[in-house]
Design a protein around this ligand. Structure first.
Ligand code: THG
Length: 374
């Protein structure tokens, strides 16, 4: 259930577990733990306690190596048709230089991934993917459908700049125009003669940008420059943050949901468009599910506890009957409770329902709530 002895065990690096252009830098900047994501190293902790790094992210600015958010590039005459075939979100009115958060589903409406989709132009798209092999699914569909597309994983390594001070820091480096970017908009900005694709996005709700580094040499100069210029804003290296992301209800593929769940069970309703004639996989299935109602649903849980360390799902019971599982959990200093994300069966997925869990062999009571937490 819990794992507090992890720190002594190392991860064995290999070509298969890919390093990033930033790896050698972050390892000299207080990195404490890695996780893996898309067969790549993703930093999971830096020095300072989880709470210290949480308060730092909410007050200052952090630079994150999120190169593991890989790009699946789909280009060619049938690119738009293939991207639409894979997602239940209507992209028919999408615009160039905009990002779209899109559930990717299969023919049974089960979730393959939840990328940020970048429309570079009508015939060139990037799917900035979570942790599953979307490229294989896309290639299979393209082959089966005989589409005129080219599908690759380009050498793009995202550097995120997150936190409330990210705006002044980025303005200092790129000028006033970068503050004109709207949420989920992107454009190209010059750094010492090299253009970088920069979006106003990122896996925190503290505000910020993501630099899609295509030119590694310039990107590393930018990385160093941001730390130099950022001193006055108390910049630190960081990474996606468990407390911040659960409080902000940013869901994590493979943790909170996976191939056994559909978008309506995960609360992705606003990214499910069924009322028009666009064609995508699993559409009829979603129409049926919507009509009959979901049989399980992602909910929040609040538990009166001051610590938790989850490394696998734990059962939720009501009157000794299993009614779901907790999938992610963390102690939140803001709520002064453990807050968790859980998949709960029908008919129990109702706000304020008391539930039972066993944590570290101790029975505990929790209360179901809606996500986002309030
Ligand atoms: N940035 C980029 N790629 C990514 C992530 C990212 N790929 C993997 C992973 N993260 C994908 N998951 C998410 C989940 C949520 C959001 C982005 C990526 C997100 N959601 C906003 C929200 O919930 O408020 C807004 C979504 C919207 O309404 O359009 O930002 O972080 N490049």
């Amino acid at each position: 259930m819990t794992s507090n002895n992890m720190s002594k065990i190392q991860i064995a690096k290999a070509k298969r577990l890919r390093s990033t252009p930033y790896t050698s830098r972050i390892e000299k900047q207080g990195l404490k733990a890695y996780t893996t994501y898309n067969h790549m190293l993703l930093p999971a902790a830096f020095e300072g306690s989880l709470e210290e790094t949480y308060y730092h992210l909410k007050k200052y600015v952090q630079i994150w190596d999120v190169a593991a958010e890989r790009q699946v590039e789909i280009s060619g005459n049938d690119a738009a048709e293939l991207v639409q075939l894979m997602t239940c979100r209507d992209l028919s009115k999408s615009k160039d230089l905009r990002c779209y958060y899109c559930p990717i589903i299969d023919d049974q409406a089960r979730l393959i991934n939840d990328p940020v989709v970048l429309r570079i132009n009508e015939n060139k798209w990037w799917l900035s993917i979570a942790d599953s092999d979307v490229i294989l699914f896309a290639k299979g569909l393209a082959i089966g459908k005989n589409y005129k597309v080219i599908i690759t994983e380009p050498d793009v390594n995202i550097m995120a700049v997150q936190g409330p001070k990210s705006f002044t820091l980025m303005e200092k480096v790129f000028g006033k125009s970068i503050t004109d970017l709207k949420f989920f908009g992107f454009d190209y900005f010059d750094f010492k003669g090299t253009k970088h694709l920069i979006a106003r996005s990122g896996w925190s709700k503290q505000g910020g940008y993501e630099v899609y580094v295509e030119h590694t040499k310039s990107g590393l100069e930018l990385y160093d420059h941001l730390f130099e210029i950022g001193k006055e804003f108390n910049v630190k290296p960081g990474c996606p943050h468990l407390i911040e992301r659960i409080e902000s209800a940013l869901l994590s593929y493979g943790n909170d949901f996976d191939l056994n769940d559909n978008p309506l069970e995960c609360g992705f309703d606003k990214y499910v468009n069924l009322d028009n004639d666009i064609e995508f996989l699993g559409k009829q299935k979603l129409i049926d599910i919507k009509k009959s109602g979901v049989s399980k649903k992602l909910m929040g849980v609040k538990i009166d506890l001051d610590k938790i360390n989850l490394s696998q799902a734990i059962d939720i019971t009501i009157d000794s009957k299993r009614v779901g599982e907790v999938r992610s959990a963390v102690y939140s200093p803001t709520f002064n409770k453990v807050i968790a994300i859980a998949m709960v069966d029908k008919p129990y997925f109702v706000e304020d329902t008391p539930i039972n869990v066993v944590i570290d062999n101790v029975p505990k009571t929790g209360i179901l709530c809606n996500i986002p937490f309030v």
